[in-house]
Design a protein around this ligand. Structure first.
Ligand code: UD1
Ligand code: MG
Length: 434
């Protein structure tokens, strides 16, 4: 569907003061990725000329987007002298004759939803939707089926405030229109900003063709506050759940499950309620049980939880991870770790059983060290493995042992406990008989 004849401009220079945050608005994340990421991704599907306008926290915005895309065309707005969405367009030099302008705070937009702007022909095609509560949006004044002007909420009189048809914030302009009107914008309004939306009234007076395009609120939702962000998150999660359920993943109470955009499922998987799966995690033929957190990890032919925590760079295969087990940066293949353990910086091989309460002591307060455990090792409950340590195949560690020697050879038993003592009838002597 990529068009060689349309340029896209994404406005991402604003402060976003209504977010009440030190972070640039477009960098606030939805399902693990900044809002701006989604808009650029979708824009690239339809255009070979995507420009992002930046100003506020520009370095942070550039740095963040470079994690995801190469060769984005950034243009800096002179936001001090020319603030506002109109000011944002002043330095932009689009390549093509048709220019699609998107607000950077619309993370739910999809390339499919932009089709109408590509297909219709007019000097200006602008997006509108009707809202029960139009609060915060610019009102679109339409008379006799004719768009006359857009008035921002802060500039609107009572009659205009009652209008429920609002500007969704996406427009396709002919380049000529932009070149003609942008230099004439003024900042004579409540916010003393240069409004891109003022072009509509100017073009209308000159009898240019302005076509309103009715769009779906869900796709064109603007995020201006933390509440909007949470609402958009819910919609995005719903999309992610639907996509994976359609691919065969079973989810119990999906509304309680959080899955980030980069997560991939393969084969037949079950995700129980209350799970959180983040980063570029990959879940293959596995069962993630209630309340578990999987971060940036691979889980293959395994089950995990309830209430297990796989921290980044864990690689679990043919393994059972039970409740209250925390794994970090470890590879477990064919292992059983059923209860209450911390396994960090470890490599554990087939047939090995990790007893309840086993802890890899991977940190000495200065550095982190590795633990290697071979095949068919039996680690008794409540053992500590002080890293660096290598336990070869076929070793038995008795319950309660602290392994401090760096290398345990095959076939051995390791046992470190204080000897048990039995004091006969001590209880009765101390408490007396009841
Ligand atoms: C804007 C529209 C409003 C519309 C709404 C839809 C204007 C004047 N108003 O209002 O009619 O209903 O979007 O969501 O356009 N930006 C810049 N530079 C700036 C200011 C903003 O690049 O100087 C960027 C922001 O980063 C943001 C986008 O433009 O991504 C929109 O700015 P925002 O302040 O959210 O505009 P709204 O008040 O929502
Ligand atoms: Mg907005």
């Amino acid at each position: 569907m990529k068009q060689e004849n349309i340029s896209v401009v994404i406005l991402a220079a604003g402060k976003g003061s209504r977010m009440k945050s030190s972070k640039a608005k477009v960098l606030h994340t939805i399902s693990g990725k900044p809002m701006l990421y989604y808009i650029i991704k979708e824009s690239r599907k339809i255009s070979d000329d995507v420009t992002v306008v930046i100003a506020h926290q520009k370095e942070a915005v550039i740095e963040s987007m470079q994690n995801y895309f190469e060769d984005i065309n950034f243009v800096e707005q002179d936001a001090k002298n020319y603030p506002g969405t109109g000011g944002a367009m002043m330095q932009v030099e689009p390549k093509h004759d048709k220019v699609l302008v998107l607000n950077g705070d619309m993370p739910l937009i999809t390339s499919d939803a932009l089709k109408g702007f590509l297909e219709l022909e007019a000097d200006i095609i602008m997006s509108v939707f009707d809202l029960e509560n139009p609060d915060g949006y610019g009102r679109v004044i339409i008379r006799n089926n004719h768009v006359e002007y857009i008035v921002e909420q802060k500039d609107a009189d009572d009659a205009e405030l009652n209008v429920t048809t609002v500007n969704a914030g996406v427009y396709a302009f002919s380049k000529v229109i932009l070149e003609q009107y942008i230099p004439d914008l003024s900042n004579d309004n409540a916010q003393q900003e240069y409004y891109l939306t003022d072009i509509i009234a100017m073009a209308n007076e000159d009898e240019s063709s302005i076509v309103p395009l009715l769009v779906d609120e869900e796709q064109f939702k603007g995020v201006n506050s933390k509440k909007d962000l949470a609402d958009a998150e819910e919609i995005m999660q719903n999309r992610i759940h639907t996509k994976w359920m359609n691919a065969g993943v079973s989810m119990q109470l999906p509304s309680t499950i959080y899955i980030e955009e980069g997560v991939v499922f393969e084969g037949e998987c079950i995700v129980e309620n209350g799970c959180r799966i983040t980063g570029e995690s990959k879940i293959i033929n596995s069962h993630i049980k209630a309340g578990s957190v999987v971060e940036e990890s691979v889980v293959k032919n395994s089950d995990c939880g309830p209430m297990a925590h796989l921290r980044p760079l864990s690689n679990i295969e043919n393994t059972h991870i039970g409740n209250f087990v925390e794994v970090k940066k470890s590879t477990l293949k064919g292992v059983k770790a059923g209860h209450l353990s911390y396994l960090g910086d470890a490599q554990i091989d087939e047939g090995t059983n990790i007893g309840a309460g086993t802890i890899t002591c991977n940190y000495d307060g200065k550095n982190k060290y590795q633990t290697r455990i071979g095949k068919n090792v039996f680690i008794g409950s409540d053992s500590q493995l002080v890293a660096p340590v290598t336990i070869e195949d076929d070793v038995m560690i008795a319950a309660g042992t602290t392994v401090t020697s760096g290398e345990i050879k095959s076939g051995n038993l390791v046992l470190s406990r204080t000897k048990m003592r039995l004091v006969k009838d001590f209880y009765y002597k101390f408490f007396g008989k009841k």
